[in-house]
Design a protein around this ligand. Structure first.
Ligand code: AMP
Length: 424
């Protein structure tokens, strides 16, 4: 099967060549023909499956069929709603590259940046808008935007949009949109609220489920290291340093622990930046590009960042803490092993997090055996072994202590030299 046999036009095929999209992914093979036929579609697909192109290619192709005359102001005919600004700019970049040989204009609007440049762009007009709900509503309320000509609506990561508490806004938005339109809904899971959104916004939808759990397991090598909470930072820096890993995405549950882990990594001599909701848009963009370019080794991020980050060929994702929402495990681990490439997803799990991992395993539909990282065995294990009086426990514990002292000394030295530099 090729994109051509799915009915994709030559002006889009030419844009896929430099991107190396040689054949459609399963979600693309199913969704593209349906959208081109004008059907409403609900698709459940994980991140990394190629879902953006699955909706964006037929969306662009449909919009390109009716390009207005040069002199007339463009009206918004397509709208892609996304949960986060990172995803908005990622989708915008993908759409811009897919439409390089088409006369379809796109704009992305999202919060965290000034309104005026976006207002100016909106006033010039565009065919396609990629937006986060909050900022979209702001522009609508300011009268900067008219959705009366909308023909196609896409919800990307609908579950996350609703998780962020946008139900009322979305309901209101949908009620204002023209009834005669085509709607596509993409979501990782099918919660009650996603189903409800489907009911109020789609007409006779075709439902597609891409079950790629098996693929996911094959592509992403997943490990769990059981470790005491207070030794996680130490293990993390040791693991990255001793394995000589150079592009590691680390996830924490809270902004505070992201900052703490970031500080620890920097003090351990690993170039690190932190990405979370309190960072300004410019800081976030800077952190992402530094990570992509390889000028930093470690990027510590909270879950909001995990949705919008598309770094191809990312070799290592480490869960410093398990996510609050078990489904986010898939989103996080989905940053590695993208589009057929292999990757490693490692979780550092402390005693308190074991029940959470059981929940994750339910979603994964398979179990992952927890193991110890040599020298970082838990106190509980050491005590049990000590009771048994095994020699191995003694040796391992002594080694762990020595290693711990070594790492601490190294951090102290780095801190000291930084402080000296600061004084100069
Ligand atoms: P997505 O699930 O849309 O975030 O896509 C995940 C990654 O797969 C992105 O880096 C895309 O550029 C890439 N991708 C999407 N479709 C294809 C394809 N047909 N062939 C190769 N890579 C693809």
């Amino acid at each position: 099967m090729t994109f051509e046999t799915l009915g994709v036009i030559p002006q889009i095929l030419s844009a896929l060549i430099p991107l190396d999209y040689t054949k459609p992914t399963p979600v693309q093979a199913k969704v593209i023909p349906l959208v081109l036929e004008g059907k409403d579609v609900i698709a459940t697909a994980q991140t990394g499956t190629g879902k953006t192109a699955a909706y964006a290619l037929p969306l662009l192709q449909t919009l390109a069929r009716k390009i207005p005359k040069e002199m007339t102001k463009r009206s918004i005919r397509g709208l892609v709603l996304v949960p986060t600004r990172e995803l908005a700019s990622q989708v915008y970049n993908a759409i811009t590259s897919y439409s390089k040989d088409l006369h379809v204009n796109s704009i992305a609007i999202y919060g965290g940046v000034k309104l005026t440049p976006q207002t100016n762009k909106l006033q010039k007009g565009a065919d396609l808008l990629i937006a986060t709900p909050g900022r979209l509503i702001e522009h609508l309320q300011m009268g900067n935007l008219d959705l009366s000509k909308l023909e196609m609506l896409v919800f990307d990561e609908a579950d996350r949009i609703l998780d962020m508490g946008f139900w009322n806004e979305i309901e209101l938005l949908v009620a204002q949109m023209p009834k005669k339109r085509q709607t596509l809904l993409f979501s990782v899971g099918m919660s009650k609220s996603v189903k409800r959104l489907g009911e109020i916004s789609l007409k006779k939808p075709v439902t597609i489920a891409i079950n790629n759990q098996g693929d996911f397991a094959k592509k992403v090598e997943q490990s769990i290291y059981l470790v005491d909470k207070e030794r996680k930072c130490e293990l993390l820096s040791y693991m990255i340093g001793s394995n000589n890993w150079h592009q590691v995405l680390v996830f924490t549950r809270t902004k505070q622990s992201a900052d703490e882990v970031g500080k620890y990594m920097e003090e351990s001599g690993l170039k690190t930046l932190v990405l979370h909701g309190d960072k300004a848009h410019s800081q976030r963009t800077k952190a992402i590009s530094a990570f992509k370019e390889g000028t930093i080794r470690v990027l510590v991020a909270t879950d909001i960042a995990s949705r919008g980050l598309d770094i191809e060929d990312l070799p290592h994702v480490i869960n410093y803490e398990l996510p609050g929402d078990a489904e986010d495990y898939l989103h996080r681990a989905g940053r590695t092993g993208r589009a057929g490439k292999e990757g490693k997803a490692i979780s550092l799990v402390c005693k308190e997090e074991k029940p959470k991992f059981k929940e994750i395993e339910k979603i994964l539909k398979y179990t992952i055996k927890g193991e110890f990282y040599k020298g970082f065995e838990t106190k509980e294990w050491a005590e049990k072994e000590a009771k048994k009086g095994t020699i191995r426990a003694k040796i391992d514990h002594e080694k762990a202590n020595k290693r711990s002292i070594g790492i601490k000394k190294k951090r102290e030295a780095i801190k000291e030299s930084k402080a000296k530099k600061g004084k100069k």
